[in-house]
Design a protein around this ligand. Sequence first.
Ligand SMILES: [Cu+2]
Length: 492
Amino acid sequence: MSKANPTRSFLIFAALFVLVVVSLTFWTINTPAAPTAMAQSATATPLTLASVQERWETMKTHTQHGMLTLDQRMEQMGQLITDSETLLASTPEAATRQAVAALVAEMMEAASQMTAEIEQMPVARQGQRGPMVSAMTGRMEAMMSAQPAMSMPASEPTKTAPAGHDMASMAGDADDGMEGMGHDMSPISSAGVSNATELTGSQPLTYTEDAGVKVFELTARPVRWAILDGSKPVTVTAWSYNGTVPGPMIRVTEGDQVRIVLTNELPDPTSIHWHGIPVPNAMDGVPPFTQAAVQPGESFVYEFTAPPAGSFMYHSHVETDKQIMIGLYAPFIVDPAEPAADAAADAPDVDVMWMISEWRVGPDGETYPAMPMAGSEPNYFTINGKAFPDTEPIVVQKGDRVRIRMAGIGQFLHPMHLHGMNFRIVAYDGVSLPPEQQIVRNTVPLAPGEIVDIEFIAENPGTWVFHCHILHHVTNDGAEPGGLIGVVQVVE
Ligand SMILES: [Cu+2]
């Protein structure tokens, strides 16, 4: 029984190894200004400014691609701080000191991002990470304040990284224009952005006629948009079509010739993609494949034939995980040319479209694009640009046939659940389902990019909720009830 058990020996060895690595990590991060020899021995390359810059850029690239855990980033940054201290202690040369200062400034931004990540973790799992990042920040502040000439770097020679914004260095990096590449996680600038004059998004857009063509005008521009009114108002800085979120509803008849003139008044290039509509390739709105991005101040004309009746949407196709998340989306509905022969397929008594999405409002009150990645998760959830209790109720008469077209325009799954009545799923992605494929349910998952049309007969009087069943999504910044709760009121 006391015979050496190879499995157990291995486990003991592995545990000791982990313990040593963890101890070394903790020691590295908490050791102030290590001597040069020590710092050099900890890295394979000799300690030069170039080697430190190179390791920092590598770390940023790896971070950008999600290749490093928080602990790995903390460990690497701890070493880089030590090396920066060593460089400063041994280099009187001004250019080098300035380069180190630029690097330290970037690392301080990365540290505040790490702090935000740690604060998102359950308290029980934060461990010593908060104090460790604080210690690192303190060491960097000491470096900056001990070198008054460093605190305003004239240039940023460390910015040689490949395109894209990485999590480590992007706070305050709003002008680092690499549009369309990587995740831009800077706050959306609200400077000079005025409040919306319209209170409701998704309103029908009027058109003019030009030789049989229906001509719609859209202007993409920033706007301050209230997702919540009332006692605790929440206003986001949105990018909008015509000043509302969602943008205005384009509603045409199948076979119509449709022209849309997009004018870009955003700070960034943009485009419009006609989601689910089979348009000619050049009209698909996807830079750089089908067109050049529409630059600020410029216009672009889209023209195509309306497809068979169905529910569609339009949205930006530039910097999508930023531009769509902050409001550049709207409904596009095509109605049948002829009334359906079958009354059950004809126009319903009540016809509503919901565009469902997510927002991130930081503790600083700024708007950030919500993304499914650490530190960027949404804390507000909206139906047609409003969070409960400001979502618009659907009031119907008993016996009405009600259609709700739901579009997932955010980046998260929303299983939508109706109380009190079952519904039929009558269309997916703008394509009607034949009756034998219309299944009856009371919950339907709405995936990002998906459009689901449901119908039900409002036979059960009362006030019924229709809500997302990912229950974090029925909160407003953690407070329930909020977010994705719609109300269907059936009156007799
Ligand atoms: Cu949800």
